[in-house]
Design a binder for this molecule. Sequence first.
Ligand SMILES: NC(=O)c1ccc[n+]([C@@H]2O[C@H](COP(=O)([O-])OP(=O)(O)OC[C@H]3O[C@@H](n4cnc5c(N)ncnc54)[C@H](OP(=O)(O)O)[C@@H]3O)[C@@H](O)[C@H]2O)c1
Length: 300
Amino acid sequence: MQRETAVHHQQASSVLVIGGDSTLGGLLVDRLSRKKSLVVSTTRHRITMRPNQVFLDLSTASLDASNLPEAIGWVVICAAMTNQQACAENPEESRRVNVTNTIELCKWAAQQNAKTILLSTNLIFDGLEPSAGPNSPIAPQSLYAQQKAEVEEVVLRQPGNTVCRLSKVLDQKTPLISKWIAKLRSGAPVKAFSDYKFAPVHSSIVIEVLTKIIEQKRPGIYQVSATETISYAEFARMIARALGLSPELVEGSLAPPHVFPESGMHRPIFMDMDTKAIQKKLGISPPTIEATIDLLLAQA
Ligand SMILES: NC(=O)c1ccc[n+]([C@@H]2O[C@H](COP(=O)([O-])OP(=O)(O)OC[C@H]3O[C@@H](n4cnc5c(N)ncnc54)[C@H](OP(=O)(O)O)[C@@H]3O)[C@@H](O)[C@H]2O)c1
């Protein structure tokens, strides 16, 4: 039945979201569906499969594309093992999911004449310099980032394909953020890392970027991050100020050992990337930290 629904929707303009249960995949499916685009997504949970979903497990020994709709226009790859530590601890499985079968998926997409959009990461850079450009040298420092970099290379070999590199994506549903906002609003103190940095960007910006790439048929390399790198503690203080509260409610703390490189996690000095392409090619304003906080508080 699910297969029939998907087949019914086969059109060259339609979108196949690999990983419809992922945070970003789910948001993209919602956005495209609201715009009446034809969208099919994959899930690895047969029991909870929804209409317009098909089964796909990327951890199999070889890719089984038999459930995927053919003659699809765009394939957006959101599914991945995204936890750096889990990738490092399970190198064979993470390679099957993040590299081998994802590359097979790109080849399958090319055979369907579909354009692939790969969601990648700022971690493909070493983060020693701010504002890494789309063509800055790739220097991944963790297995997860190496895996993304390897697939990027394959994706970009095919004209018409896109790599969309993301830094930390968050919104009002991100547990850490909703917890901070609730605590601050109640006047309670908040602890946040003062030695761990990020370049947070709101999920709605990422979804806008993906939607515009598809609607305007503008493939290429896009980078979506905040325009600067700040510590978690400073970000929490900025939220406090934006709420009209004292930044002193935020107490800086040191990140625990599990975020150190020995556990397979890379902790770059700079997490921000050059985001000019989203402005120049898609007309999206630079995602400043202030803009991200405005979006967070508008929804919270
Ligand atoms: N969110 C960010 O801050 C961020 C930053 C940089 C890059 N990215 C990239 O953007 C993409 C989407 O991120 P996200 O945060 O939305 O991801 P997410 O919420 O962590 O979801 C990852 C998805 O991958 C699926 N998956 C894992 N193993 C799989 C397998 N063997 N077969 C099929 N599906 C499998 C998971 O399925 P289940 O739901 O069944 O577990 C899950 O839905 C990822 O590729 C990520 O690397 C995200």
